[in-house]
Design a protein around this ligand. Structure first.
Ligand code: GDP
Ligand code: MG
Length: 297
């Protein structure tokens, strides 16, 4: 182990859609957190691990703060707060293309309210989308929320200033040996990753046609010696009408979802995948405690 090795847990906090999942994906070089053009697609706290020569960065991707409208929302807020108290470093991610919103203020207050005095890096994302002459002023508005935070302006989509962000992160992590074996990328097992990728494929293919109430359960995950894996999964929707939309005319929509999900899982696991999907209606599952526990929330 080299001298000056740093390691620790990093919480990425930010309101929905600022680019948390995109950043995590680009840093880890693999698809782990679901990214979609809509807010709140990240529901579980996820762990992504980046192992470098001189550091191990363990990322916790939090769902972000929002007003809970149902039980699922409450659990998401709880997870976000937990992550905040338990980590070694907080990345407070903001969207620099617009001024701070009440949600940003609320999040900054939560960070200031932590007893742990955890170091914070303000990550101003999406600089590819603004006129550079306005950057200093835009940054000031956010810096005033957390005057003690280090600041870096990046683009998670084109990779600008990511090296700078990485060295800033490493310099602020505690010194210590790695927590996980080098080859480990995530503590989510393949089943969970497959479920997330299927859910992401649904959101991607369906766009705004079906609202948030989609969940995925893996029913079978069978290894076929040397020939990949066979996966059977159920997509749960909230209404009968949603079921029709997910399946589509002559099953076309479901076929597209299946193709995309299969390709994503194959890319992640580097082997052939046979994917069988079905769709079921689960009434009001978001408010059903038993169902939530069963799905692992
Ligand atoms: P999250 O809700 O914070 O996890 O946000 P996502 O990572 O899902 O990103 C939300 C949207 O912002 C997606 O459409 C991304 O492609 C987009 N996005 C993320 N980072 C950048 C960036 O640096 N520049 C631009 N232009 N778009 C970005
Ligand atoms: Mg996300």
């Amino acid at each position: 182990m080299p001298n000056n090795h740093h390691s620790g847990f990093i919480a990425i906090l930010g309101r929905p859609n600022v680019g948390k999942s995109t950043l995590l994906n680009i840093l880890l070089g693999q698809k782990i957190a679901p990214v979609s053009p809509r807010p709140q697609t990240t529901r579980k706290t996820q762990l992504g691990i980046l192992t470098l020569d001189n550091a191990q960065l363990i990322f916790i991707d939090t769902p972000g703060v929002h007003q809970p409208r149902h039980k699922l929302g409450e659990k998401m807020n709880f997870e976000a707060q937990n992550a905040l108290e338990d980590c070694d470093l907080i990345l407070f991610m903001v969207d620099i293309t617009s001024p701070p919103t009440p949600e940003d203020l609320q999040l900054a207050d939560k960070i200031k309210a932590t007893k742990t005095k955890t170091p914070v890096i303000l990550v101003a994302n999406k600089i590819d989308q603004i006129d550079r002459s306005t950057l200093p002023t835009a940054l000031e508005d956010y810096q005033s929320l957390l005057p003690l935070a280090a600041v870096v302006a990046i683009s998670a989509t084109n990779g600008e200033n990511l090296e700078q962000l990485l060295s800033l992160i490493i310099s602020r992590l505690p010194e210590g040996p790695p927590f996980y074996p080098v080859e480990q990328i995530t503590d989510l097992n393949e089943r969970e990753l497959a479920a997330e990728l299927i859910r992401e494929a649904c959101l991607y293919i369906l766009r705004d046609e079906v609202p948030h109430g989609i969940s995925v359960r893996i029913d079978q995950y069978i290894e076929r010696e040397g020939k990949g894996a066979y996966i059977e999964a159920t997509i749960f929707v909230e209404r009968q009408s949603h079921k029709g939309i997910v399946i589509g005319q002559g099953g076309l929509m479901l076929k597209q979802i299946g193709t995309r999900a299969r390709q994503e899982i194959e890319m992640l696991t580097s082997r052939k995948i046979y994917l069988q999907l079905r769709v079921k209606v689960r009434n009001n599952w978001r408010n059903d405690e038993k169902m939530l526990r069963w799905l692992g929330y």
